[in-house]
Design a protein around this ligand. Sequence first.
Ligand SMILES: *[C@@H]1O[C@H](CO)[C@@H](O)[C@H](O)[C@H]1NC(C)=O
Ligand SMILES: *[C@@H]1O[C@H](CO)[C@@H](O)[C@H](O)[C@H]1NC(C)=O
Ligand SMILES: *[C@@H]1O[C@H](CO)[C@@H](O)[C@H](O)[C@H]1NC(C)=O
Ligand SMILES: *[C@@H]1O[C@H](CO)[C@@H](O)[C@H](O)[C@H]1NC(C)=O
Ligand SMILES: *[C@@H]1O[C@H](CO)[C@@H](O)[C@H](O)[C@H]1NC(C)=O
Ligand SMILES: *[C@@H]1O[C@H](CO)[C@@H](O)[C@H](O)[C@H]1NC(C)=O
Ligand SMILES: *[C@@H]1O[C@H](CO)[C@@H](O)[C@H](O)[C@H]1NC(C)=O
Length: 379
Amino acid sequence: MGISENLSILFCMFFFMENISATETCPTKTCGNSSIRFPFHLQGQQPQNCGFPGFGLTCTNQSNTALNLPNSGTFFVRNINYGMQQIQMYDPDNCLPRRILNFNLSGSPFLVPHYENFTFLNCPSDFARSRFTSIDCLSNSTITVLATTLKSLADSINTSCSYKTTLPVPVSLLVLQEDGFSSDLSQDLQLYWNTPDCEDCETQGGTCGFADSMNQVIGCFFSSDQGNLSYSDDTTLHVLRIISISVAIPIISCALAFILFICYVGRRHGGGAITRHSSSPNAILPQPGRVATGLGQSTIESYAKLVLGESKRLPGPNGITCPICLSDYCTKETIRCIPECKHCFHAECIDEWLRNSGTCPVCRNSPASSPSTHNQHIV
Ligand SMILES: *[C@@H]1O[C@H](CO)[C@@H](O)[C@H](O)[C@H]1NC(C)=O
Ligand SMILES: *[C@@H]1O[C@H](CO)[C@@H](O)[C@H](O)[C@H]1NC(C)=O
Ligand SMILES: *[C@@H]1O[C@H](CO)[C@@H](O)[C@H](O)[C@H]1NC(C)=O
Ligand SMILES: *[C@@H]1O[C@H](CO)[C@@H](O)[C@H](O)[C@H]1NC(C)=O
Ligand SMILES: *[C@@H]1O[C@H](CO)[C@@H](O)[C@H](O)[C@H]1NC(C)=O
Ligand SMILES: *[C@@H]1O[C@H](CO)[C@@H](O)[C@H](O)[C@H]1NC(C)=O
Ligand SMILES: *[C@@H]1O[C@H](CO)[C@@H](O)[C@H](O)[C@H]1NC(C)=O
């Protein structure tokens, strides 16, 4: 490894340091309770290149964070989960069902984790209000609007009610479990995004941002002890790898030579400490057959999580008892579901389980073997 190569590595590092000014001009902003940073930016308060296209937010006079979807209008933001790349939104007029009837995400970077086909029905007020959860903001004194996922229910009451429409509705698991028959669809809208992918950077505690905003190249920035940022992406990793190899090879060679020397000296003295030590019973032996198959924390975190409501009812094929700890579920407990098989458990039980074993404790299917987990995850 020549001096010129080392010089060029140094040059590269300085070159990346220069780029850091880009993130320094985009400090985290707040609007009300929301903290706004990359990939989002506050339109009008931060330069366009502080955020990713489609992630522009505005802050209203009442400190509400607003997101405008190109084909669905403006929503207010309740929460942004930067680590899991999810955004929770609600209708400024508090009638999400009305917005969902004309919901179209095309032209936006956001995606729906799960759709469910809902049939909307117009029913006479006296008929529906006593038996079903109705959508109050779409109803008036004569007509009550119901939304149900059950085709059979829609058919069985179709003599009383008139069919309005059937639509794929973006819902979270939470909506489905709260009511067995019909839903008022009043929960917040949960969307997620895949691009830009800052998930790994966020879990490592870095600050995600543009390394090159012209070409939309994303980098992960780490603040050093002095509060200055250093830059890491594949290129710097490559540089670091070159450096570590150039340092490691001489060290390893020296160490090997040293060990050989010690062995040689030890043997000449009739079997020395080193030889005895390596056959001591405390030596760590490779354990055949034990393969670490647990899942990573970010994979586990990407699985649907929900807080049980008053009904304590779980979605899908799940009973009232957690199959791992065998205690009954209680209101307000946090549940996590494996997306592929829809089996649910106490979050703390299944998290611990999945860290050690990559399979569902009930059906033994391996969630890790399916590549499409991201499209399924729901909070
Ligand atoms: C901010 O959070 C507090 C407490 O969580 C809440 O009472 C308040 O309404 C929130 N304000 C906004 C603008 O969301
Ligand atoms: C918000 O404030 C600006 C100026 O402070 C004003 O021009 C605008 O009308 C206000 N908007 C609303 C919706 O109150
Ligand atoms: C959504 O909007 C796009 C663009 O306006 C349009 O091409 C598409 O057909 C719409 N999709 C639905 C389901 O309405
Ligand atoms: C909703 O209905 C459409 C058309 O009938 C179907 O293609 C789609 O798979 C259904 N979606 C779900 C989630 O059931
Ligand atoms: C209630 O709504 C229906 C349709 O949405 C409409 O035809 C009817 O006139 C409304 N009734 C009243 C009292 O507003
Ligand atoms: C109600 O549902 C039944 C069975 O699906 C169907 O035969 C009938 O035509 C429906 N009636 C109306 C008014 O839609
Ligand atoms: C951090 O950055 C500032 C401005 O870029 C510089 O003045 C300061 O010397 C840096 N501190 C260290 C420890 O590198």
